[in-house]
Design a protein around this ligand. Structure first.
Ligand SMILES: C[S@@+](CC[C@H](N)C(=O)[O-])C[C@H]1O[C@@H](n2cnc3c(N)ncnc32)[C@H](O)[C@@H]1O
Length: 395
């Protein structure tokens, strides 16, 4: 998107065109060619017409990340892709606000996903980005949502950060050829990030960050939303409250657990035989290495010291894990398993596996399922042996 066209979109005639583009999009059932033709009848300037229609499309796509705010906000395609989801950003911003910093600078604010969340917490915020269009979009988003903050085009690696109490940085991890896994390939790179973490800083990183890369004294917080691990946030020692934390954001709210909740941290892992219930810890819990914390919370044990399944005798519920009732243990050997599933008339099967070398899709084909019943099968290891367990998800 061109900067001139975007800035024009914020003027009264631009806003009028945005409304027309929204109506054209709806009238033509989201057909981009017919909607574009309708917009061009009002606005002959191709760049302006494209800017308006692009916003309409991006706002629609952004609902998944920004909910109702999406209808008021502005985006670029990449900026939306890279933006932090609103609930995740709101959680981080609330944590930051609790530390009561005098000010926060967002280094590489993009379209302002985090910036908006921090401003909403009434933090004194400034955002910078090297990309002038994204900086303009971030500024427009603060305005559109009635929030206060400053945004400038600047290079994070070249400015004086002395005037800010806390720095926040969310390095770009996507290059021209997709996701960048090498931390030195991030922009700004890992060496810049580690230097920030020596002061009061929060850095958003990929959830796959290896534990051995984490600098001394830093808290790593893995965050999931609705069952998907979205990111890890590194809190420098000035803001850290533990070493490892898993935060699980679900439909019902937020749950968090740290190594301080883990009675087995640094101790032998609690292994036991399969009970009447099985619990599959959330991905954030697994990434944070806090499966035994969940075992402690539900008063359960692990089926295997290295596998993330917790078992209990009672039906405990926790937002930190998905619970299942154990219905039956079936034979693990494929031929007998196939016969057992046939006997039970199971025609539709969800296969969950951990710690065993099985490709569920291939196995499902070989099992040649037949019948009207539906079931969930867990394939894993217990006491060094493969086990197959029929389970029912707890509601
Ligand atoms: C992952 S995005 C940030 C997304 C943002 N947190 C959000 O929620 O919308 C990273 C941003 O950093 C910017 N960036 C990369 N290197 C930079 C640098 N040296 N100085 C300032 N911004 C930079 C990129 O242009 C990009 O917009």
């Amino acid at each position: 998107m061109l900067l001139d066209a975007f800035e024009w979109l914020l003027t009264p005639p631009g806003q009028q065109l945005l409304r027309i583009a929204g109506e054209a999009w709806a009238d033509h059932d989201g057909d981009p060619v017919r909607a574009a033709a309708a917009v061009r009848r009002t606005e002959p300037d191709a760049d302006r017409a494209a800017a308006a229609l692009t916003q309409v499309q991006l706002r629609q796509r952004a609902v998944a990340k920004f909910g109702d705010d999406a209808a008021l906000m502005y985006f670029t395609p990449d900026g939306l892709e890279q933006a932090t989801r609103a609930r995740v950003a709101a959680h981080r911003a609330a944590r930051l606000a609790a530390a009561q910093p005098a000010s926060v600078i967002d280094l590489g604010c993009g379209i302002g996903g985090d910036l908006v969340a921090m401003a909403r917490e009434e933090l004194v915020v400034a955002g910078i980005d090297t990309d002038p269009v994204r900086a303009a979009v971030a500024r427009a988003n603060l305005d559109a949502l009635g929030l206060t903050g400053a945004v400038q085009v600047a290079d994070a690696t070249a400015i004086d950060l002395g005037g800010f109490a806390v720095t926040f940085c969310d390095p770009a991890r996507r290059g021209a050829r997709g996701r960048v896994f090498d931390v030195e390939g991030w922009v700004p790179p890992w060496s810049f990030v580690t230097a920030l973490l020596a002061g009061a800083a929060v850095v958003k990183v990929a959830p796959g960050i290896p534990h051995d890369l984490l600098p001394e004294g830093v808290e790593a917080e893995w965050v999931s939303e609705r069952g998907e691990v979205k990111e890890a946030a590194l809190w420098s020692s000035y803001l850290a409250t533990c070493r490892r934390r898993a935060t699980v954001i679900g439909a019902g709210g937020l749950a968090t657990v740290t190594e301080e909740d883990d009675p087995y941290d640094g101790a032998e892992r609690p292994v036991r035989a399969l009970g009447d219930f099985l619990h599959e810890p959330d991905g954030a819990v697994i990434r944070a290495g806090l499966v035994t914390a969940v075992a402690g919370i539900v008063d359960g044990g692990l089926l295997d010291p290295q596998i993330a399944y917790v078992t209990t005798d009672v039906a405990v519920r926790t937002p930190l894990a998905r619970g299942y009732r154990v219905d039956e243990v079936l034979p693990y050997r494929e031929k007998q398993l196939k016969a057992a599933l046939r006997e039970r008339g199971i025609g539709r099967l969800t296969i969950k596996k951990r710690g065993v070398d099985i490709v569920p899709e291939h196995l499902r084909q070989r099992l040649a399922l037949r019948g009207d019943n539906e079931a969930t099968l867990v394939l894993t290891r217990a006491d060094g042996h493969g086990v197959a367990v029929l389970v029912t998800p707890l509601q």
